[in-house]
Every structure is written in structure tokens, then in C-alpha cells.
Design a binder for this molecule. Structure first.
Ligand code: PBG
Length: 339
């Protein structure tokens, strides 16, 4: 048998035998000291779903433990999140009525606009991100303006710009376009600048894959497409190099934060993005990633807390600065309780 380095590990002879990595793991205190990453509430963004009206929060069947808030009751949530140490929210609105062009999305009377105003009053220090998309607002459930059975890219970018301005005017700090239209970041940047909102930032859903893990979200946001699928605009999950081109385009167009999703199925993209871009990187641990752990934990097949912490740490370890997570409040509670 050839003597490989591996065959000497664990023996006292040879140079490599002095390297004993188990020294790094001897006690809980040493492990804690040497941990390369750790989850912290201050690195989390909490997604918030909004009803198109005031009123008490209601349950979302496909996302147990996640609520849909009224545009008034979201103020209490905002204060609670700050108290828990969670610095930011990502808002998703529902319209009163779905239209062919989804115009309620850019109305100054939308659920998101009302919620932004409520949050700014109730919890001025909470950072507000808003999702910019048309899928919850259109009757057909696609992320843009339809021309025949195709999504009209540039008409959609124009509408995304209008939504961005409506949200910025209400007081959003960042808008997060998720429609995966080409040049949406450039279009939104120029719409915001043209309206005097140079300081409103853009979190670009830069690499967003056409993922099966968005299933529970589509019930929550009532945004399942009525025909076809989103593969003509969201990315093919097989393509990592193309994801880097998407990231590069959004960076060149002025994205302030680069967002990658889903998170756990895209760790390679997160890791490569970390090396190639100096931007802050956010990863979205999406509804299906949440649902998988919740469902397995409910059946007793997984230890929920351990699984959530491990998944979130893996996303940080790959290189994400921030994680958008439905588990944010659980993670904050677990960190308060100590490990
Ligand atoms: C809107 C949007 C989606 C998600 C975030 N923004 C759904 C989709 O693209 O179908 C998914 C988030 C999640 O699954 O938690 N376009």
C-alpha cells in the first residue's frame, strides 16, 4: 500500500501528524471561540406579508407560523422585531383587486405604501425593504406586463420603476426588484433618481432561479401563474456561470446589494459571488426551505432548532452577509435563550 498523507493522520510519526485538528474542537468554549461564522439576529431580514386592509394578523396555511399582517397591525410587529434585534423587513403586499396590468402595485394607496407609513411611525429605526414585482397584482399571476402570452420586458421595467417611486415616496429605504426582467435595476435607478430619490437603495434579486422551492410563498402571496411557468424570465437552476453574468449586470446597473435565491440550493453561486463582488450579499432562504425543515420537525424527523441554525450558518459560511429568513424570529429567540 502506498503511504499517503492520509494514512499517517492520527499517528505520532511524520510531519503531518503534528497537525491535529481535533484540538480546535476540544471544549464548547473553544469551539465557540473558533467558530468561523455565527448566526446573529442583526444579520437577518424578516419577510412580511401584508393584507390589502387593516386588521388583525391572519394565518397563512402553507407557511405555518408566518402571518399576514394588516396595514395597521404591522406597526406592532415592527416594534417587536426591533426589540428582538432584527434590523430589517422585506415587505410583500396583496392588492384589493387583481388587474390585467396589476396597477394597484404602483398606486399611492397600496397595502405596501400604507404599511411603510405605519412602520416609519411605529419603528423609525427598522430598515424597510420592499419587494418589487407584479405577480401578486396581476390576474394572470406573472411577474410582468403581458403581450400575447409573453412578458414584455421593457414595459414591465417601466412599471417596476413606478412601483419603486411609490414605495420610496412612502419611505422605503431599499426596493428589491424580483421580476427578473433584463435591465430592471438600471430602469429603477433612473426612475428613482428622476423623482429625487437618489438615496433610496436597490437590493437586486440578481440571481433568482426558477425554483420549486417558492411553492408555499405562491399561496401566501396568491401569485401562482394562471398559465405556464416563470422559466422564460427566472434562471435555469442548472446554470451557475449564467448566475454570475446576472450578478455582474445588476452590479454594473447600480445594485447596492446583490441578492441570491433560493439560498441552500445556491451555495455555490453565493460562494463565487463572494469572491467576485465587493457588494453586500444577501441570500433568501425561501418558503420551501422553511417548509421542508418545519414539516420534518413537526414529524419529529429533524431537530428544528439545530437544523435551522446549521442551514443559516451554511449560508453565511458560503459568503452571504445577510439572510432573509422566515425563521428570523425563531433564530432571534434561540440566540436570546443561549445555545
Ligand atoms: C415574487 C417573489 C417570489 C418570491 C419572492 N418574490 C415568488 C416567485 O418568484 O414565484 C419567493 C419567496 C419565497 O418562496 O419565500 N416574484
Amino acid at each position: 500500500m502506498p503511504r499517503t498523507d492520509a494514512s499517517r493522520i492520527g499517528t505520532r510519526s511524520g510531519a503531518s501528524s503534528s497537525e491535529r485538528l481535533r484540538r480546535l474542537r476540544t471544549t464548547p468554549a473553544i469551539r465557540e471561540l473558533l467558530a468561523e461564522v455565527r448566526t446573529a439576529p442583526s444579520r437577518l431580514v424578516y419577510p412580511v406579508f401584508l393584507r390589502p386592509s387593516e386588521g388583525r394578523p391572519e394565518a397563512i396555511p402553507s407557511l405555518p407560523g408566518v402571518l399576514r399582517y394588516g396595514t395597521d397591525t404591522v406597526g406592532t410587529l415592527a416594534r417587536d422585531l426591533l426589540r428582538e434585534g432584527i434590523p430589517a423587513v422585506l415587505l410583500f403586499g396583496l392588492p384589493k383587486r387583481k388587474e390585467l396590468d396589476g396597477h394597484e402595485a404602483w398606486s399611492s394607496n397600496s397595502s405596501v405604501v400604507h404599511a411603510i407609513r405605519t412602520i416609519r411611525r411605529a419603528a423609525p429605526d427598522l430598515v424597510i425593504w420592499t419587494d418589487l414585482c407584479l405577480c401578486s397584482y396581476t390576474r394572470h399571476g406573472h411577474c410582468g406586463i403581458l403581450r400575447g402570452s409573453e412578458i414584455d420586458n421593457d414595459a414591465t421595467v417601466d412599471r417596476l420603476g413606478r412601483i419603486a417611486v411609490a414605495h420610496a415616496r412612502a419611505g422605503a429605504h431599499f426596493v428589491a426588484p424580483s421580476a427578473m426582467m433584463d435591465h430592471q435595476v438600471a430602469g429603477i435607478r433612473s426612475a428613482l433618481d428622476g423623482a429625487g430619490f437618489e438615496t433610496t437603495g436597490i437590493v437586486a434579486y440578481a440571481a433568482k432561479f426558477a425554483s420549486s422551492f417558492y411553492g408555499p410563498f405562491r399561496d401566501a402571496a396568491d401569485s401562482t401563474p394562471s398559465f405556464g411557468d416563470r422559466r422564460a424570465y427566472q434562471m435555469d437552476p442548472r446554470n451557475g456561470r449564467e448566475a454570475l453574468r446576472e450578478l455582474a449586470l445588476d452590479a454594473a446597473e447600480g445594485a447596492d446589494v446583490l441578492l441570491i435565491k433560493p439560498a441552500l440550493p445556491s451555495l455555490d453561486v453565493i460562494a463565487r459571488a463572494r469572491v467576485q463582488f465587493p457588494h453586500p450579499i444577501a441570500a433568501y432562504q425561501v418558503s420551501g426551505e422553511y417548509a421542508m425543515i418545519r414539516a420534518a420537525a413537526e414529524r419529529g424527523w429533524l431537530d428544528e432548532r439545530a437544523a435551522v441554525i446549521e442551514a443559516t450558518n451554511a449560508i453565511h459560511r458560503a459568503g452571504a452577509d445577510l439572510v432573509i429568513s422566515y425563521f428570523a424570529r425563531d433564530l432571534a429567540r434561540w440566540s436570546r435563550e443561549g445555545r
